[in-house]
Design a protein around this ligand. Structure first.
Ligand code: PEP
Ligand code: MG
Length: 316
């Protein structure tokens, strides 16, 4: 029994019928690597680098960044590590990068890639540190930008990566405009990673920092599932992988639905990995697709959750 549990923790993620779905960890820095490895992560799907920049008056030096990035890359010598460039602003304010002026709606303001375009020196320094960290390691480094809206921004980011010597640029899909026009973005970058936390916030116009709106911050909202389906479909048509790195990927039933919608990898907090791995292993890709179709046919988030769960009998 112990061997079976161990196998279930360490084998590659996938459905019952062998459709592989890499299961990756969301981390905030090297301090989270131990839990990621212990829970069988196949790599890192989201490295939120802003933790390195929090609570300080000046950005960390290039050398300090390089050291942190190298530790993460070395933890997965045969895996991939997806690093997100600094996502400053809105719910992640940084002392040394204040917004340019009064922002009545910070979530709609200068944040993510928008902020980096105003501070190209900060972006170039981070990309340079990443390229140097990857040079001596065997992990596959992929680098993605947060809060990308259109193809022009995706092209800007891909060029910034190339200028720094980074080969695999991608973008997060967390703005509805980016999901709807994913086909245009796919022409500019190598991969997508859907941030369901922000995609839900923007699709439902419900600030993720306002607790009273939690019922609208629900990734089971059929409109959010529709946006995921559009982005994953465009990615597939363009031969690009499309992962999910928002909290939605850590919900075992929703993980199955996301795979049914065409998502190709899932990244989540390390503690969620074993349950998601087990849920996928107990259902076929067809069952995931049927659950996804049922969820999209539902009229509310609650009905979407119920109708999908009814078609996923192997859930714990
Ligand atoms: C997301 O928005 O879903 C995401 C993964 O990024 P964050 O939660 O860090 O904004
Ligand atoms: Mg986000």
């Amino acid at each position: 029994a112990r061997a079976a549990i161990l196998k279930s923790v360490t084998g590659p993620g996938g459905t019952k019928d062998g459709h592989l779905v890499p299961l990756l960890a969301n981390i905030g820095g090297p301090q989270d690597l131990e839990a990621a490895v212990a829970n069988g992560a196949e790599g890192v799907g989201l490295y939120r680098t802003e933790f390195l920049f929090l609570d300080r008056a000046a950005p960390p030096s290039a050398a300090e960044q390089e050291e942190a990035y190298r530790k993460v890359l070395e933890a997965f010598p045969k895996g991939k590590v997806v690093v997100r460039t600094l996502d400053a602003g809105a719910d992640k304010p940084l002392a040394f990068l204040p917004p340019p002026g009064e922002e009545p709606n910070p979530a709609l303001g200068e944040r993510g890639l928008r902020m980096m375009r105003s501070h190209p020196d900060v972006l170039a320094e981070q990309l340079g540190a990443l390229a140097r960290a990857a040079a001596g390691t065997t992990a596959r480094l992929e680098v993605m930008a947060p809060m990308v809206t259109d193809a022009e921004e995706a092209a800007f980011f891909a060029q910034a990566c190339r200028d720094a010597g980074i080969d695999h640029p991608g973008v997060m899909i967390e703005v509805p405009a980016a999901a709807l026009r994913a086909r245009d973005l796919a022409a500019e970058v190598e991969f997508f990673s859907i941030g369901t936390n922000d995609l839900t916030q923007y699709a439902c116009a419900a600030d993720r920092q306002i607790g009273g709106l939690a019922h609208l911050q629900d990734p089971w909202q059929p409109a959010v599932l529709d946006l995921v389906a559009v982005a994953a479909g465009a990615a597939a048509d363009s031969g690009r992988p499309c992962g999910v790195c928002g909290e939605a990927g850590g919900d075992p039933a929703l993980a199955c639905v996301l795979v049914g919608l065409g998502v190709t990898s899932l990244s989540m907090g390390a503690p969620s990995l074993p349950l998601v791995r087990a849920a996928l292993a107990r259902h076929t890709l067809d069952q995931c697709r049927e659950a996804a179709d049922a969820a999209r046919r539902a009229r509310t988030a609650q009905l979407a959750r119920e109708s999908a769960r009814a078609l996923l009998p192997g859930l714990a």
